[in-house]
Design a binder for this molecule. Sequence first.
Ligand code: FAD
Length: 312
Amino acid sequence: MSALLLSGSEPTTVRFSFEVFPARTAAAALALGHAVQHLSAAGPDFISVTYGASGSTRDASLDLLRYLRSHTDALPMAHLTTVGMTEEQLRGVIAETMDAGILDFLALRGDPPKGTSESDAVVADSLSSVDLIGLIDRVREERPALSSVGRTAVAVYPNGHPLSRSRSADIEWLLAKQEAGADFGITQLFFEAEEYLSLVADARAQGLTIPILPGLMPVTTLRQLQRVASLAGRPAPRALERGLEAAGGTAPELGVAHTVGLARELLAGGAPSIHLYTFNRHEQVLAVLRELGQTTPDPLEPAVSAPIDAAR
Ligand code: FAD
């Protein structure tokens, strides 16, 4: 799962994980099948699968999780959201997911569905991520063989939750997630290492102990950069924006270079690993890992020297 990274003369360890989303067309599903073989061959800690607003991708997300479990070596992690779902419905989804052998979850409240906002009842009355952590634990406990396996992750916002009033409110909410049983956090996208490092330092000072994985995405296009800026709640770095503009809107190598620089700063600052948003492509995220010193084997070329019993 981990790899040796040479940083100067000091050997260190870099760990990583990936996020993918269910394909929307048959052609995209074929491409995704190919991409996840490459992603899995790199040896991630896990591959997480997103969940559409109000369970809109429920079946497709579970299909993809099942595919990862049975056709790759990667550990699948299910995003799960509460918006638009009753507690009973959520219990059903958690049970179905666990019964499919997927035991790791990212517990989320979820984005407001299209056409709704935070103040609409469907969103405002939803169970929170803290409620969902407890619900996942209860379903796990109903299955004695599973009660000690599987982990639950939560979302973290280096630049504050969109509704956040202050950093201290963000940290209080993060500590509530930890208190409810979260095993680790994964961050929203951001552009500057300091945004992650200062949040983690402030939260640690107030009692945060769980690992926080920084979420990074090597953007390929200007459009993706604008989307990331809106999620990050911060303007995009001017140099990256200008570079993409000058290249006519598409320049994967610029996104890779920016992500590599950010990852180096984060790892040097103590980040336990990096979580890469893949946008369902393997090329850019694997280029990032190669720049960080990680080998990224081709799944079509089996490692002939590996002992047979080393395979999972
Ligand atoms: P919760 O922790 O449950 O918070 C819910 C509510 O609590 C908020 O709406 C707000 O009212 C309040 N609140 C929380 N923090 C604060 C604060 N600091 N100050 C004031 N009020 C606060 N969405 C999807 O639909 N599907 C996905 O697959 C998905 N994957 C994601 C993966 C990651 C790594 C991240 C970071 C986000 C993801 N999201 C996804 C988006 C996420 O669902 C939204 O950001 C959602 O608005 C909040 O989810 P949460 O779990 O953080 O909410």
